[in-house]
Design a protein around this ligand. Structure first.
Ligand SMILES: NC(=O)c1ccc[n+]([C@@H]2O[C@H](COP(=O)([O-])OP(=O)(O)OC[C@H]3O[C@@H](n4cnc5c(N)ncnc54)[C@H](OP(=O)(O)O)[C@@H]3O)[C@@H](O)[C@H]2O)c1
Length: 250
């Protein structure tokens, strides 16, 4: 069977859990060489080993995406070990939801640092080579929350609105002239560790109660959307994919 991503070098940020982990496994199964980035070294090293054991090619590069120097090093290390970066999957993200009135301003700042600045640092680090090669694909994992504000998640939503705006701007500026494709993947609720870090009890309880008898997406459902965008022919620019659980209405 042909593997759709043969010969592609792909960086996946936030590869240590959830959607990033599932995407790393699927893209490696499809033949890509994957560079796995996240802060938890032991998790990405174990995942890289798992991929290599099944015949794939993977490299673990411990990285904090909110640190520009580390992100530049990630791209350099990947290029040296696996070749020029064909695809960047900007997936790392945090979602410490809380009502604005709780004034958790440190969390607001962390969301901007990881969800927005992290995306920009990675974009800035891969672009020079992509512009030169006139090829590349940027996949940003945004959110359904990037299409409408989320009560109790205003700042998180704002970061994902930013991701959507960036995606639109990349398409306008870089797709035609440079052949660089771009996709904003917008999942609804996915069963991952993301909710474990919600500091506000009010939001946590509301979320748990609301989802007790409903089925969330699995990380692999979102990985499949990422794969769909990446495996489209070069003349097809899949710019947005909104994927909700059937049980999620808004
Ligand atoms: N789950 C959902 O319902 C949902 C819905 C819509 C969108 N999303 C988006 O999907 C993406 C992935 O989230 P997930 O649901 O898979 O959650 P997750 O399981 O918590 O995964 C988040 C990933 O981001 C990484 N990360 C966090 N801070 C980082 C940093 N400073 N530097 C590098 N990596 C960092 C984490 O790794 P380390 O902790 O090891 O660094 C982890 O691998 C996020 O952008 C999220 O906003 C999720």
């Amino acid at each position: 069977m042909s593997r759709s991503l043969e010969d592609q070098t792909i960086i996946i940020t936030g590869a240590s859990s959830g959607i990033g982990r599932a995407a790393s496994l699927l893209l490696a199964e499809e033949g890509a060489r994957v560079a796995l980035a996240a802060r938890r070294r032991e998790r990405i090293e174990a995942l890289a080993e798992e991929i290599r054991d099944s015949g794939g090619e993977a490299l673990a590069v411990p990285t904090d995406v909110s640190n520009r120097v580390e992100v530049e090093a990630l791209v350099g290390t990947t290029r040296e070990a696996l070749g020029p970066v064909d695809v960047l999957v900007n997936n790392a993200g945090v979602m410490p939801l809380s009502p604005l009135a709780e004034l958790r301003t440190e969390d607001w700042e962390r969301m901007v640092d990881v969800n927005v600045k992290g995306v920009l640092y990675a974009l800035g680090a891969v672009l020079p080579e992509m512009l030169e090669r006139r090829a590349g694909h940027i996949v940003n994992v945004g959110s359904l929350a990037g299409r409408r504000p989320l009560s109790g998640g205003t700042v998180y939503s704002a970061t994902k609105f930013a991701v959507r705006a960036l995606t639109g701007g990349i398409q306008l500026e870089l797709s035609g002239e440079y052949g660089i494709r771009v996709t904003d993947i917008q999942p609804g609720v996915v069963d991952t560790e993301l909710m474990d870090h919600i500091p506000s009890e009010v939001i946590h309880d509301r979320f748990d109660a609301g989802w007790q008898n409903r089925r969330k997406l699995e990380p692999r459902d979102v990985a499949r959307a990422i794969h769909f965008a990446l495996s489209a022919p070069q003349h097809v620019n899949v710019n947005e994919i909104l994927v909700r659980p059937t049980d999620q209405l808004t």
